[in-house]
Design a binder for this molecule. Structure first.
Ligand SMILES: Cc1ncc(COP(=O)(O)O)c(C=O)c1O
Length: 364
């Protein structure tokens, strides 16, 4: 027997992505606040579009995504020719790494950055280089200090997951201007829609040829189960990424649902307003119970506990009571729990339980 086939460099370095749990053994009717899903679900128009798409399952989907790119372009005031659509924004992020980095190259990620970034870096054999954040906020100077001749890509989420914090536009513009042209700066805007009036970095993409903005239908649009995302960049970058895109990467149901969803602005506005209201309420209620959090620009709150033991004990207590939140020790935040902003009942339930937990003499 030989040793068998050997995977490419980097593949065995990948720590498997852990999704948010959705069930607890022995507990019924759990409230899932672990994956930053939209508690109000997608637009009715998106659901109708999926039902309609079901009638053409025997047909291959279109390959150019023209209608969806047109709808995204009209909604955001962007050139559809500079948009590419993927299986979640994860696929777009992966194309960027595949296209611009390889074995031995470096991809800069930040201390508490989204866990897919190192996975994607290892997947192409590149080395993820982690740089410090400042009080859970991306630090532009730390990124610039880490740039070497091997740097090919920088991944930043703005607003960020799991911290919920944002870097200001002036800071991002400073970063974009200071990075060498050969480095691709990815502005991951998975949560951009939660910030009213924020363009997700599109304006910066228009000014720099080495920027890519990514967006998703998984968060405010409530379509995480369908897997659709998109990217916006200079035509030269889009032309490169399109070479990596499989022609039929998105099914007709994905394309039609996303198009209906992006055109339903009333639903997006309603979800943003409700998220704003309940996020403020939740953060305040948690703080009253002695659990602070940074100002969040997303649909979750990063609740900070005294230490890792207290966070773990609270997580276990919430689980026992049927509420699932996200432990973030893997993000170097062992004393924190990430809590998705649920509907009103979900927010009230989790705040009430955290209050009960903090009021218990042993917290255990
Ligand atoms: C910062 C960030 N980027 C990207 C994604 C991936 O989104 P998608 O579902 O579009 O692949 C997520 C999902 O949680 C995220 O939090």
């Amino acid at each position: 027997m030989t040793d068998g086939p050997k995977p490419q460099p980097g593949i065995l370095e990948i720590s498997l992505y852990e999704g948010g749990a959705s069930s607890v053994d022995g507990v019924e009717n759990v409230i899932k606040l672990s994956s930053n899903e939209n508690p109000w679900g997608p637009s009715d128009k998106a659901v109708e579009a999926v039902a309609k798409a079901a009638r053409s399952l025997h047909r291959y989907p279109v390959t150019d995504h023209a209608d969806l790119r047109q709808a995204i372009g009209e909604t955001h005031g962007l050139d559809p020719a500079r948009i590419i659509c993927g299986v979640g924004s994860d696929e777009v992020l992966t194309w960027v790494a595949q296209a611009y980095a390889g074995p031995g190259d470096e991809i800069i990620v930040t201390e508490h950055g989204f866990s897919m970034y190192p996975i994607i870096a290892h997947g192409v054999g590149a080395v993820p280089v982690e740089v410090a954040e400042r009080e859970r906020v991306v630090d532009v100077d730390a990124i610039l200090d880490a740039v070497t001749t091997r740097t090919r890509v920088v991944f930043i989420a703005n607003p960020a997951n799991p911290t919920g914090t944002m870097v200001g536009q002036a800071e991002l513009a400073r970063l974009a201007a200071a990075l060498p042209d050969r480095v691709v700066l990815v502005l991951d805007g998975a949560y951009a829609e939660f910030v009213e009036g924020f363009d997700g970095g599109a304006g910066l993409v228009d000014r720099f040829a080495n920027l890519v903005m990514t967006r998703t239908f998984s968060k405010i649009y409530g379509l995480g189960g369908l897997r659709i995302g998109w990217g916006y960049a200079a035509p030269e970058i889009i032309a490169v990424l399109n070479r990596l895109r499989a022609p039929f990467n998105l099914a007709t149901a994905q394309l039609m649902a996303a198009e209906a969803a992006v055109r339903d602005r009333a639903h997006v506005d309603r979800c943003r307003a409700e998220n704003d209201r309940l996020r403020g309420w939740l953060a305040h209620a948690l703080a009253e119970h002695g659990v602070p959090s940074d100002t969040s620009s997303t649909n979750f709150v990063l609740a900070r506990f005294a230490d890792a033991e207290e966070a773990d004990a609270c997580d276990a207590w919430l689980k026992r009571e049927g509420v699932i939140v996200r432990k973030v020790a893997g993000y170097k935040l062992p004393h924190c729990l990430r809590i998705t902003v649920g509907d009103e009942a979900g927010c009230r339930r989790v705040a009430h339980l955290v209050g009960q937990f903090k009021g218990r003499p042993d917290n255990g």
